[in-house]
Write a protein that binds this ligand. Structure first.
Ligand SMILES: [Zn+2]
Length: 189
C-alpha cells in the first residue's frame, strides 16, 4: 500500500499508457534468454492470477537474439477468451523491459494439456483453492467417467461434482463432502 503523502512513482495515467513509456531498461541487449523467461514468469494468468503464464505451461518457446524476441504461446483451449489479453500482457512485459516490437505467435498444435502446468503451478493452484489437475490429461474424462478429485482445502477424496462449469469454462465446480467447501477443479483437457 502507498503511504499517504508519498508521490506515486507510477500514476494511474502512466499505467494507462504503459506501452508508450520510455523503457526502464536502456540495454535490453544485455538480457539473456533466461532473463526473458524470468520476466514472463511475472506475467500472471488473468483468469487465475495465482499462477504465471509460464507456470501454466502456455509459453512454449522463447527465441531471443539480443535484439528481437519471439514468443510462442499456446492457449489453454481454443477460443479461450483470455488468450488475446494474455498475449497483450506478455508483449507489454517485454516492451516494459525495453524490447521493441515483441513477436507473439499463437501455436495451436500440439494442443495445450494440463500436463504442461509446472509442479510449482500445480502447488499454487492448490493453495489458491483450485484443485490442480491430477495425473495426465486422462482418458477417463474423455470417456465421461468421473475421477476422484482431492479437496484443495482439506485433502479429502470425498468430493462431488456440482457443475461441469466453474468460474470459467476451463474449470468444473466441485464440493467437498467433508469440509463442505466448494472449489474449482482445473479440468484436464
Ligand atoms: Zn475438504
Amino acid at each position: 500500500m502507498q503511504k499517504y503523502g508519498e508521490p506515486d512513482p507510477r500514476s494511474a495515467v502512466d499505467s494507462l499508457i504503459a506501452s508508450d513509456r520510455v523503457p526502464a531498461n536502456a540495454h535490453p541487449e544485455l538480457l539473456t534468454e533466461d532473463d526473458i523467461w524470468n520476466l514472463l514468469n511475472e506475467v500472471k494468468d488473468p483468469e487465475v492470477p495465482a499462477v504465471s503464464v509460464v507456470e501454466l505451461g502456455i509459453v512454449r518457446a522463447v527465441r531471443w537474439d539480443g535484439k528481437t524476441v519471439s514468443v510462442d504461446v499456446t492457449p489453454t483451449y481454443s477460443g479461450c477468451p483470455a488468450t488475446e489479453l494474455i498475449e497483450e500482457l506478455i508483449a507489454e512485459a517485454l516492451r516494459a523491459a525495453g524490447i521493441r516490437d515483441p513477436q507473439i505467435n499463437q501455436v495451436l498444435t500440439p494442443a495445450w494439456t494440463t500436463d504442461w502446468i509446472t509442479p510449482e503451478g500445480k502447488e499454487k493452484l492448490r493453495v489458491f483453492g483450485i484443485a490442480p489437475p491430477q495425473g495426465s490429461s486422462s482418458k477417463l474424462s474423455l470417456l465421461g467417467q468421473s475421477e476422484v478429485i482431492a479437496c484443495p482445502h482439506c485433502g479429502s477424496d470425498h468430493t462431488e461434482q456440482v457443475s461441469e462449469f466453474g468460474s470459467t469454462a476451463c474449470k468444473a465446480l466441485y464440493r467437498c463432502k467433508d469440509c463442505l467447501e466448494p472449489f474449482d477443479y482445473f479440468k484436464c483437457i
